[in-house]
Design a protein around this ligand. Structure first.
Ligand code: GLN
Length: 280
């Protein structure tokens, strides 16, 4: 039996209500995506009857969401900064809190033709935002996943960016240059964290989320090896867990950084630490 928009929304809400506190809103997103309509149009046309093809696509999307698949993977895209990025399940879904890294880098007084390195670029969110904003900067972006680099390159192509170089490798592997800025949003969740058992993260690549040593192993590697790859007076910025700032600051100081600062994300949680590698 064919359904109208309002009937489809009622169905979505009842299917999703056990799994999602915001079932009504999830339903609007799903139906809007299935029809290719903005949400305002769903509200304006409650009596529109879905065609058979529309209804069957809608129910297939609804079932995927019901078992928890992130909407960004279903839609294969996510907005970040002022971009719309293509995605698949080989990359972490960009988070709004990661925009703090972009804001901070753009607020530093860097030379016009600065060279930046983004470690573990994933979808390319950080590298592409920076490259698009500052066409005279040159960005190198690495990832150990060939599939992830494919996603990042596609995104860079979509924005016709020529100032990013992608390189396959684990963190600094294969990096010979020195940079004005090194930035990374590495995995930083502890392997035994309960957080991994809930919500969208269950569908994300574990290598982009989890790190040994209570979530600190990759941060430690990135911070302690940064001096070999950073220019004098250059900056290192990392994203980290809300409870990791003390340990991260210690690592920055152990590596020889000065002017070390932690910044809070939009929820008021410690999220980004940065420091300068001093010219003596
Ligand atoms: N920020 C991620 C999360 O909250 C954790 C992993 C990461 O971004 N590096 O799920």
């Amino acid at each position: 039996m064919l359904k109208t928009v309002s009937e489809a929304l009622i169905l979505a809400e009842s299917e999703l209500k056990d799994a999602f506190p915001e079932a009504k809103r999830e339903g609007l997103y799903i139906l809007g995506y299935a029809l290719g309509w903005p949400i305002t149009k769903l509200i304006a046309y409650p009596d529109y009857t879905l065609t058979e093809a529309e209804y069957s696509f809608f129910t297939s999307v609804l079932q995927r969401r019901k078992v928890g698949e992130p909407f960004a993977y279903i839609k294969k895209s996510k907005s970040f900064w002022d971009l719309e990025l293509e995605l698949d399940a080989s990359v972490l879904i960009p988070r709004p809190e990661t925009e703090l890294l972009i804001e901070t880098i753009l607020s530093i007084d860097l030379s016009e033709n600065a060279k930046l390195l983004d470690l573990g670029t994933g979808s390319g969110a950080i590298a592409i935002s920076l490259a698009a904003h500052q066409p005279d900067w040159t960005i190198s972006a690495t990832d150990m996943s060939e599939r992830a680099l494919g996603v990042a390159k596609k995104n860079a192509d979509n924005y016709q960016l020529q100032n990013i170089h992608f390189q396959l490798g684990n963190w600094y592997e294969g990096i010979v240059d020195k940079f004005d800025v090194i930035v990374s949003n590495p995995p930083y969740i502890s392997p035994d964290s309960e957080y991994l058992k809930l919500g969208d993260v269950r569908f994300e690549p574990i290598t982009a989320l989890v790190s040994a040593k209570n979530g600190l192993a990759d941060l430690e590697h990135i911070i302690l090896n940064a001096p070999k790859h950073i220019k004098l007076d250059g900056y290192l910025l990392v994203e980290h867990g809300y409870d990791q700032s003390e340990r991260v600051k210690e690592l920055f100081s152990q590596a020889g950084f000065t002017d070390i600062q932690t910044l809070q994300d939009i929820q008021g949680l410690d999220r980004v630490t940065f420091g300068r590698y001093p010219s003596l």
